[in-house]
Design a protein around this ligand. Structure first.
Ligand code: ADP
Ligand code: MG
Length: 230
């Protein structure tokens, strides 16, 4: 009886951590989603920027795929740093270096770890946002990627604090990021190219908040799957 109960409770709880291979699958899934949404992201950027966000992200993530393909490893931090360095060096504009910083800081926060539990992921998100804000100086409400990342982080932490499973907290995080992305529509851009438009940026969804939602959504999708998948 006790053994059965233990198995059931493990099944209910879902996974309690993600391993190196899971993080690699997330990076690959994000790259695939960026590729699939390249035109969409570019259209959003054409409305309030210079129409290159989809192209920038696709070029960056395809370079990342080339870099992370070869060796399997066990240091998630090193993997994420490689992603960040590749984006910083291969993507121009504001978005690439900001995403590069995001991954570099995530890598620093997870340095040497072969597995990430919920607290590690919360720390990684914290560091990522800290890096983006240190570099770009955007606050919530400025109509940037920060408007998807901050609600995503907060919802994840709130979920864990109230006893959610890792998978449920990830789902909550992705949903909050999606709302944050949608909530950029009525905002006036105060950072980046879109800020040159002032009031004319109102009524358009921010491209960087849209790709940032994809980032958190692909984490939720990838890590909610059964442990053996992929
Ligand atoms: P660029 O603006 O140089 O053409 P991209 O088009 O790739 O670069 O990226 C634009 C996105 O970058 C914006 O939609 C916004 O979300 C994000 N962004 C721009 N400036 C900042 C900033 N200072 N802080 C955070 N995000 C920013
Ligand atoms: Mg642009």
């Amino acid at each position: 009886m006790a053994a059965v109960a233990a198995i059931e409770s493990t099944a209910e709880q879902g996974r309690v951590s993600v391993a190196y291979d899971d993080v690699l699958r997330w990076i690959r899934t994000f790259a695939a989603e960026v590729e699939a949404n390249k035109e969409y992201l570019t259209q959003l950027d054409a409305a309030i920027g210079d129409g290159d966000h989809g192209i920038n992200m696709q070029r960056g993530m395809s370079a990342v795929l080339g870099k992370v393909d070869a060796p399997a490893g066990d240091d998630i931090g090193a993997l994420l740093k490689t992603v960040g360095m590749t984006l910083v060096s291969r993507v121009g504009g504001a978005g690439g270096p900001l995403y590069g910083t995001l991954f570099l800081q995530m890598g620093t926060a997870t340095s040497g770890k072969g597995e990430l539990g919920p607290d590690d992921w919360a720390a990684a998100l914290e560091a990522a946002i800290g890096g983006v804000q240190a570099r770009g100086k955007a606050e919530p409400g400025d109509k940037t990627m920060i408007d998807a990342l901050v609600p995503g982080r907060d919802a994840f932490k709130a979920g864990i604090a109230q006893g959610d499973t890792f998978a449920d907290a990830l789902r909550r995080s992705a949903e909050a990021a999606e709302r944050g992305m949608q909530d950029t529509i009525p905002l006036v851009a105060r950072k980046g190219r879109a800020s040159y438009l002032g009031e004319r940026s109102v009524g358009h969804q921010d491209p960087g908040a849209t790709s940032a939602h994809l980032l958190l959504k692909t984490a939720a999708d990838t890590w909610s799957e059964a442990e053996q998948a992929g």
